[in-house]
Design a protein around this ligand. Structure first.
Ligand code: DLL
Length: 432
């Protein structure tokens, strides 16, 4: 499991014993401190002492994003508010964000996992790393930042936004590592190429995640920049970035199961699928104090293997993510649900609830266009009126989604009506 300086690894049996003990303590903690879990366990007739081995996890209830929304913002805390030192949030399925609270110990464990990610990518204290993820409620910026500081690397907290400045500093500071979304890295690579700076950069590694990407993208950025590009996975509900990541062999993402215990289930039957079979990833947070979660359904589709990796780590590996079992989109690293668009449009009198989201990738940057039907009562051919309405809807959507879509108004009754489940998204990006 944990790869340390002396290159010692825990055996699977040792890991399972430790996980079982941690699971037992966790269940006791949530039963006594989180009314939501106590009620769920009582309904299933489970006493905390019943859960002693890893295999017993299958008896525990699942947790979903809706449960987090129903307990918004602090209903799932397992400690008093005074022990919470930080809060992060990501998009919820409707207006409410998914909020996650961390104690000092949670932050330390998360930071340690991010440090493992970086060490796995051969980044060390002599490296200078730009963090090109957003800082703020999104976990990307601060997550990578503290992990890199903990490692002893020099951190440049660049965030997103000014690519020219980022590239200037990459050259001036002799930056050797970067952490950002894969699509942003491809954009950065283009800017480097356009400005003829390829020979002046010293980059050797990139830590890319927060959105799905392909093996082809990895090979492309490795060739363009002469680097190793590593896949980092994570989600706010569990910790943030650093739940899993790949090593120098790029053959799956080692999952840090001493903290975040994975299961892969069939999203329809909710039963476990076999090793190397694709299913939905589920996590139990073995060590979290602030907001521990039992069997959290990530909706992310992947498979797991326990076969040894060439690098020597005994941690299991997740395959590159294949997409999601729900309708969440990730656009420029931001999680977007069609239901958020629907809810936002309801606030605009002049429109109907008929809309279509068109997602594309142009010059390695995601684009979002939302086609919106104007209500018959308000429809007018006057260009000025339509322009005003377009700007208003763009503002409403930007506020609701956290990214700025382009809005195209269409005449009443032009968008196709569906006989069954309405189709609201056309995603022209390819991740397979
Ligand atoms: O995206 C945390 C993160 C930040 C991960 C920086 C990696 C780097 P959320 O905003 O909560 O957290 O979004 C989590 O993003 O459930 C996946 O659907 C998707 N995702 C994250 N990493 C990957 C990846 C951050 N490497 C959601 N490959 C997750 C595919 C990813 N999808």
């Amino acid at each position: 499991m944990i790869w340390n300086e002396t290159k010692e690894c825990m055996s699977r049996d040792e890991m399972k014993t430790m996980q079982g003990a941690r699971l037992n303590k966790l269940v006791d903690r949530v039963y006594h401190n989180v009314p939501f879990y106590r009620k769920k366990m009582q309904e299933l007739g489970i006493e905390p002492g019943d859960i002693t081995r890893v295999e017993d996890v299958a008896n525990l209830p699942f947790t979903t994003k809706d449960d987090l929304r129903d307990n918004y913002p602090f209903g799932l805390l397992a400690v008093p508010q005074s022990q919470i030192v930080r809060v992060h949030a990501s998009s919820g399925t409707t207006g409410k964000a998914t909020v996650v609270s961390y104690t000092r110990k949670d932050i330390d464990a998360w930071q340690e996992c991010v440090t493992r990610v970086l060490a796995q990518a051969d980044i060390g204290r002599n490296d200078i790393m730009q963090v090109g993820y957003g800082y703020g409620l999104f976990t990307g910026g601060l997550g990578l930042h503290y992990g890199a500081e903990n490692l002893g690397a020099t951190v440049v907290p660049q965030s997103t936004g000014n690519t020219k400045k980022l590239v200037d500093m990459m050259v001036d500071f002799n930056v050797t590592a970067i952490a950002c979304t894969p699509s942003y890295l491809l954009h950065i690579a283009e800017v480097i190429e356009e400005r003829g700076l390829r020979d002046q950069i010293k980059l050797k590694a990139a830590i890319c995640g927060a959105e799905p990407w392909t093996e082809e993208m990895r090979l492309q950025m490795e060739e363009k920049l002469g680097i190793h590009a590593h896949d980092i996975y994570g989600l706010s509900e569990i910790a943030g970035p650093g739940v899993a990541s790949d090593c120098q062999y790029h053959c799956g993402l080692h999952v840090y199961e001493d903290h975040y215990m994975p299961e892969i289930i069939d999203p329809k039957t909710l039963q476990p699928v076999g090793e190397e079979q694709i299913g939905e990833l589920v996590f139990t947070t073995l060590t979290k104090e602030g907001m521990p979660l039992l069997r959290y359904r990530t909706k992310d589709l992947t498979s797991i293997t326990y076969k040894p990796c060439e690098c020597g780590r005994t941690l299991p590996r997740l395959s590159r993510f294949k997409g999601r079992s729900d309708d969440m989109l990730i656009i420029r690293g931001v999680n977007v649900f069609p239901s958020q668009v629907e809810a936002a449009l309801l606030e605009v009198n002049e429109t109907t609830p008929h809309y279509m989201m068109i997602v594309d990738r142009v010059n390695n940057m995601d684009t979002l266009e939302v086609m919106v039907e104007v209500d018959e009562k308000f429809f007018s051919d006057e260009i000025r009126e339509l322009e005003k309405l377009t700007k208003k809807i763009e503002h409403v959507l930007r506020t609701a989604l956290g990214i700025g879509p382009k809005v195209k108004l269409v005449e009443p009754k032009t968008l196709e009506r569906s006989m069954g489940k309405a189709k609201h998204v056309i995603d022209n990006r390819k991740f397979d």
